[in-house]
Design a protein around this ligand. Structure first.
Ligand SMILES: C[S@@+](CC[C@H](N)C(=O)[O-])C[C@H]1O[C@@H](n2cnc3c(N)ncnc32)[C@H](O)[C@@H]1O
Length: 309
């Protein structure tokens, strides 16, 4: 996934080999992870695709079926993996993940501690953020879940960046060997306040903590606990609005303000409304329209960040 070569440099110009994992992309809502295996075929409504035709092509290639149908073969980036992984638990999605990586200030070389591992959705992004010299240590008390996550990390090529351990973090805390060494800690646990004192012990001075909780009562209790060792405690709820972009016919259109002078819209007439607003009219034409998606995801949870005193 991260295409880290033996010199630990990242390369994004990779070709597909036998045994690689590829994301078979038909549409943004129709993707599937497939392990490339010479001699195997992929069959879907677009026809039959021979894996042997894929080997040697670069990630991103368009490949054709026996019926002339096509799909794209994409590299399993963290963004795509989050969309196709098997959900063994609730997972973090892209909006929350991006915010976490940014607000925890994660950069290459960082040591990050995480619990619980869950389905490993966040872990893959943490791994890319710390690569090529950092490391993510992720813990879950559910042995089978931790094992499945470890298998996934191997499959998508990040096992050199992640160690998945089995441990009750709420009961035992993080292992003592990490005391003072973690640059950032992330918690997605049912009772995070039980693990916060251990997180404080693990963090280096000025290190950052984030706790994800679906309920505000969990947030309140976590914040109370954080007050003993942390400063700059802030809670966010990340709400994402997705738009569907479609080509269609517009009869006539009136927009406040924009005169289309940046070239993105066809020539138009501008007039002043009685309330002072400037309205721009476009003649009827075929155009690209964007409207909010009906299936937009609402509340996922609250993200509480804090910095060690
Ligand atoms: C919601 S999932 C985490 C999902 C993960 N953030 C992701 O993006 O895929 C919560 C995980 O915490 C684990 N867990 C619950 N209590 C725990 C504890 N005391 N110690 C370690 N892990 C725990 C659960 O087994 C579960 O896998």
């Amino acid at each position: 996934m991260l295409a880290i070569d033996s010199t630990r440099k990242m390369s994004f110009n990779r070709t597909i080999s036998n045994g690689d994992l590829a994301i078979v992309y038909a549409r943004h809502d129709n993707m599937k992870p497939v392990t490339v295996s010479e001699g195997s075929v992929l069959q879907n409504r677009f026809g039959v695709f021979k894996h042997s035709d894929w080997i040697g092509k670069s990630f991103g290639s368009k490949v054709f079926s026996n019926k002339g149908g096509f799909v794209y073969l994409l590299a399993p980036t963290p963004e795509l993996w989050t969309l196709v992984l098997s959900h063994r638990t609730q997972i973090l999605y892209i909006a929350d993940i991006s915010f976490v990586v940014m607000y925890l200030e994660i950069v290459p070389g960082f040591v990050v501690l995480e619990s619980g591992t869950g389905s490993g959705s966040l872990t893959t992004s943490l791994a890319r953020a710390v690569a090529p010299t950092g490391h993510v240590y992720t813990f879950d008390f559910h042995e089978q879940r931790s094992g499945s996550a470890r298998d996934d990390f191997e499959k998508i090529g990040i096992s050199s960046l992640v160690t998945a351990g089995v441990r009750d973090i709420q009961g035992e805390g993080f292992p003592e060997e990490f005391a003072g060494l973690a640059d950032a800690v992330f918690l997605d646990l049912p009772q995070p306040w039980l693990a916060i004192p251990s997180a404080a012990k693990m963090l280096r001075h000025d290190g950052t903590l984030c706790s994800f909780s679906p309920c505000i009562e969990q947030v309140q209790r976590s914040c109370e606990t954080m007050q003993s060792n942390f400063t700059d405690i802030r809670t966010f709820e990340v709400l994402l609005r997705t738009y569907e972009v479609r080509e269609g016919k517009m009869e006539s259109l009136e927009i406040d303000g924009d005169d289309g002078s940046n070239g993105s819209l066809p020539p138009c007439k501008r007039r002043q409304r009685s309330d002072g607003a400037s309205v721009v009219s476009y003649p009827s034409s075929s155009s690209v329209m964007a409207r909010p998606c009906g299936e937009a995801r609402g509340h996922t949870g609250y993200l509480t960040f804090a910095r060690l005193n």
